[in-house]
Design a protein around this ligand. Structure first.
Ligand SMILES: O=C(O)CCC(=O)C(=O)O
Length: 431
C-alpha cells in the first residue's frame, strides 16, 4: 500500500479548534453536552446505545407491511440450500433497498453517530442462521474506527424457537479484537479460530448472552464492535424472515480486515455504494480524498450493477483484484470450522429428534396394540368363563333331567308292581 502519510492534507482540511472529534456521537466524551437540548426520548435512546451497544426500535414506516411482503415474495424460492442468506438483494428487489434506506433508520443513525449514514450492504434470511458470535469489525472496518453499524429488521415475529439474534450487551466497549490481537494471521482460513476465541473472551470476561425475541416490525441496531450472532433454530419447521443492512458513515476509509495486514503494508479497500443516493462513496482520510488506487487491492461489487447506481467509480478495478465474495465468509469445512460443526450438530440433532419421534410413535402403537390385545384377552377369558359356566349348568341340567326321568321311571314301575300285587296277590319283580 502507498503510504497513507504521503497524502498531504489539502489546505482547506487543516484542523481548527472547532474540528470535531472523529468518535461516534453516542460514544463521544462530549455526548452529555450535545444531549442536553434534545428530547428525553432521544437522550434515553442515545445513552442506551452507548451503554449496551444496541437498541431495539419500532420501525416507523407507513408501508412497512407492503415492504416486508415485497421482500419475502421477491426472494421466495431463491435461498440457496447450503447457506440460506442472500447478499445484496437490492440489485433486483426494490423493497430491500426501501427498507435499507427508510428515513426513520437513517435519522436514528444520524442521531446516534452524528454523521450521515451510508447503507452499503444487505443480507436477507428466510430462516435462522445459527451464525457464531462475532463483531462486525472483523468483516467491515473503517477509519476513523467504529463508524459502522448494523440494523436488523424482523419481517415476522421471532422467539426462542426460530433462531433469534443474540448479543453480549456492553461488549462493544472492549478493544477491537482483530485477527492480529487474537494471535492469528488475518486469513479467512483462520476464521474458525477467531469464532472460538471470541466466545472464550466473552465467557472469560463474564459477559452474558442476551437473545432478542422481537416482533415483526422491530429493528435491532447494533454498534460495529458489539459481539453478536444468530442462535440455533430449535423448530426447523419455522421460518425467520429478516433483513440486516450494514451502514458505514461518510468521511471515512472503508476496508476489508480479513484481507488486510496493515503492518505488512497491505490493506484491501472496499468499494462502497450509498444505497440512498445510488452513488459511489469517496474514501476520505482525515478530511482528504483518498483514491481507491492507494489501496493495493480493492473489493468490488459484482458487475453489472443495477441502473439506479450512477456516476463512475473512483478508478477502474486494479489488476489482480481478489475475487472476494460479497457475503460473510462461508464456513471452512476442511478446517472443521466452529460454525460448520454447529451446523452439523444441529442437523444430527434434527435427525435424532426425527428418529426419536418415529420411535415414540412406534412405541405408542405397540402399547396401543398391547392394550387392545389385552382387552381382547380379558374379554375372551370372560367369554370362556361364561361358556364353562353355561356348560356346567347344562351338565347339571342334564344330570338333573336324567335323574328326574329315572325317578319317574322308578316310581311308575313301583306303581305297576304295587298294582299287580294288589290284583294278583303275587309278588312281581320289583325292578
Ligand atoms: O441474522 C443473524 O442470525 C446474524 C446476522 C449477523 O450476525 C450479521 O449480520 O452480522
Amino acid at each position: 500500500m502507498k503510504s497513507l502519510a504521503s497524502e498531504s492534507p489539502a489546505p482547506d482540511a487543516s484542523p481548527t479548534a472547532d474540528t470535531p472529534l472523529a468518535i461516534p456521537f453516542a460514544m463521544s466524551p462530549y455526548r452529555e453536552l450535545g444531549l442536553k437540548d434534545l428530547p428525553a426520548k432521544t437522550q434515553d435512546l442515545v445513552r442506551k446505545f452507548a451503554e449496551d451497544g444496541y437498541v431495539i426500535v419500532d420501525m416507523d414506516m407507513d408501508d412497512f407491511e407492503a415492504t416486508a411482503d415485497g421482500i419475502m415474495n421477491g426472494l421466495a424460492g431463491r435461498y440457496p440450500e447450503e447457506d440460506r442468506r442472500i447478499a445484496e438483494a437490492w440489485y433486483d428487489v426494490p423493497e430491500v433497498r426501501d427498507l435499507a434506506t427508510t428515513p426513520f433508520i437513517i435519522e436514528t443513525l444520524t442521531t446516534l453517530y452524528g454523521r450521515r449514514p451510508l447503507p452499503f450492504q444487505t443480507l436477507n434470511f428466510d430462516v435462522g442462521t445459527g451464525q457464531a458470535a462475532h463483531s462486525d469489525t472483523i468483516h467491515f472496518h473503517c477509519s476513523p474506527k467504529n463508524y459502522m453499524c448494523g440494523a436488523w429488521v424482523a419481517l415476522e415475529d421471532i422467539d426462542a424457537e426460530n433462531g433469534p439474534l443474540f448479543a453480549y450487551p456492553g461488549s462493544h466497549k472492549l478493544p477491537d479484537y482483530d485477527m492480529t490481537t487474537l494471535g492469528l494471521p488475518p486469513q479467512i482460513k483462520n476464521y474458525w479460530l477467531y469464532e472460538q476465541r471470541i466466545v472464550e473472551i466473552m465467557d472469560g470476561m463474564g459477559f452474558k448472552r442476551r437473545e432478542f425475541h422481537v416482533k415483526k416490525g422491530q429493528a435491532v441496531i447494533w454498534a460495529a464492535n458489539l459481539v453478536h450472532g444468530g442462535t440455533h433454530v430449535i423448530d426447523p419447521k419455522r421460518t425467520r424472515q429478516s433483513q440486516v443492512t450494514h451502514y458505514y458513515f461518510e468521511d471515512g476509509m472503508y476496508y476489508f480486515p480479513m484481507g488486510s495486514d496493515p503492518m505488512n503494508g497491505k490493506v484491501t479497500g472496499r468499494e462502497v455504494i450509498d444505497l440512498v443516493t445510488g452513488k459511489y462513496v469517496k474514501h476520505r482520510n482525515n478530511g482528504v480524498d483518498f483514491p481507491e488506487a492507494n489501496y493495493d487491492q480493492c473489493w468490488r461489487y459484482e458487475r453489472p450493477l443495477p441502473d439506479f447506481i450512477t456516476g463512475t467509480p473512483d478508478i477502474p478495478p486494479p489488476k489482480g483484484s481478489p475475487p472476494l465474495t460479497p457475503s460473510l465468509p462461508a464456513p471452512d469445512l476442511t478446517q472443521g470450522s466452529v460454525s460448520q460443526r454447529l451446523i452439523n450438530l444441529q442437523e444430527s440433532m434434527h435427525a435424532l429428534r426425527t428418529e426419536s419421534n418415529q420411535l415414540k410413535t412406534s412405541f405408542e402403537e405397540i402399547v396401543e396394540d398391547y392394550k387392545s390385545g389385552h382387552e381382547w384377552q380379558v374379554k375372551a377369558a370372560e367369554a370362556q368363563d361364561k361358556l364353562e359356566a353355561m356348560a356346567e349348568d347344562n351338565l347339571k341340567k342334564d344330570a338333573y333331567i336324567k335323574k328326574r326321568d329315572q325317578e319317574f321311571a322308578y316310581r311308575a314301575a313301583r306303581r305297576v308292581t304295587k298294582t299287580w300285587r294288589a290284583v294278583t296277590g303275587k309278588p312281581k319283580d320289583e325292578r
